[in-house]
Design a protein around this ligand. Structure first.
Ligand code: 5AD
Length: 355
């Protein structure tokens, strides 16, 4: 069997591929070019040249969690905390819709200040703008997930972060991967489109860990998968560790595209942060979504999950430069920014076949 035959195996019989086989592709850099090429072909075949835009509002940087890698973890006392008012959130959502993004993403730290009714009210009012609404606000109760779904929320992003149980414990000492899985299952049960995803290059993560991430997103049948490199934040316990690599992150994206040909995969802001070519390269090897940042500029520098985030000047009501940066990036990469709400269009309902 030639080394490249693994790609056909993933496409034709994904359920039969082992963690070791995926890890072997991740460690073999002679496979990079053919992997990127085939991931791009699969993306073009299933999704064409369209790129979906998801305008993101980072509406609160308060967080009750203490993830070792994250800049807004609760024990980082250097963070200047903020919360946007309901009106500020709604005005920003309106601006997103006017700028041709078919989805509004509401993202925050895990901040119980926004209770079930507040979020339901915000969702309900944003839905009147004729956009899809995605929540990315962490682990909450089943009852809350249900209330928000009934209020009109379409999607929920909750990265699994790492599917390596031991590593999950190391970077979230108070938590457990099985709890995260249960939350993801609840969201699926409520018929949200569910997004998982991982960080690439966490300390002590190896190719086997990353292979588990890829197989987890496949087995869970994630509608969306966000994959970005680890970027050390100086005010966290992992501040002196090495960042994740561009190449490895692109490989994880490309492999994920082979396992999930019709899912939505963003070219993440973290990739654009570690390398100016990052997001363009991601679009060329399987990614099909961009998430422009619409957080008002007064708050934006305070939502620092990691330092030097690229999006600081990308789009805002005052300078209106959204069209220039992100749209240019998409067009010069050879793709087309579309206004569609960008739901997952399942090509094979029963998952039984691919090309
Ligand atoms: N580097 C890269 N990604 C990070 N995230 C949080 N902190 C970091 C970091 N230092 C990611 C997590 C989270 C998402 C919103 O941002 O995966 O789910």
């Amino acid at each position: 069997m030639s080394k490249k035959d693994i790609f056909q195996k993933i496409l034709k019989k994904p359920a039969s591929v082992s963690v070791e086989e995926v890890a072997r592709v991740l460690e073999d850099d002679s496979l990079n070019e053919p992997l990127f090429e085939i991931a791009n072909e699969v993306r073009n075949l299933y999704l064409g040249k369209d790129v979906y835009l998801r305008g993101i509002i980072e509406f609160s940087n308060y967080c009750r969690n203490d993830c070792l890698y994250c800049g807004i973890r609760s024990s980082n006392s250097k963070v200047s905390r903020y919360r946007m008012s309901v009106d500020e959130i709604l005005n920003t959502a309106k601006f997103i819709a006017e700028n041709g993004c078919g989805t509004v993403v509401l993202q925050s730290g895990e901040d119980p200040f926004y209770n079930d009714e507040m979020i339901a009210e915000i969702v309900h009012r944003i839905k009147k703008l004729d956009v899809a609404v995605t929540l990315s606000i962490g682990e909450r109760s089943f009852k809350e997930y249900k209330t928000w779904r009934e209020a009109g929320a379409d999607r929920y992003l909750m990265r699994h972060e790492t599917a390596d149980e031991e590593l999950y414990k190391q970077v979230h000492p108070a938590d457990d991967f099985n709890i995260r899985k249960r939350h993801l299952e609840m969201l699926k049960q409520l018929d949200y489109e569910v997004g998982t995803g991982c960080i690439v290059g966490l300390p002590h993560q190896d190719d086997l860990s990353l292979a588990k991430d890829i197989l987890f997103t496949y087995e869970f049948d994630s509608d969306m998968v966000g994959i970005g490199p680890f970027i050390p934040h100086p005010d966290t316990p992992l501040g002196k560790e090495k960042p994740g690599s561009l190449m490895k992150t692109l490989k994880v994206i490309a492999l994920t595209r082979l396992f999930l040909p019709d899912s939505n995969i963003p070219a993440t802001t973290a990739l654009g942060t570690i390398d100016p070519r990052g997001r363009r390269l991601a679009l060329n090897c399987g990614a099909n979504v961009i998430m422009p940042n619409f957080t008002p500029v007064s708050y934006r520098p305070r939502f620092t999950l990691y330092p030097n985030k690229v999006c600081i000047f990308e789009s805002d009501a005052q300078c209106g430069d959204f069209r220039d940066s992100i749209r240019d990036l998409i067009e010069t990469a050879g793709y087309k920014a579309v206004e569609s709400q960008g739901f997952r269009r399942r090509v094979h309902e029963n998952n039984s076949r691919r090309i």
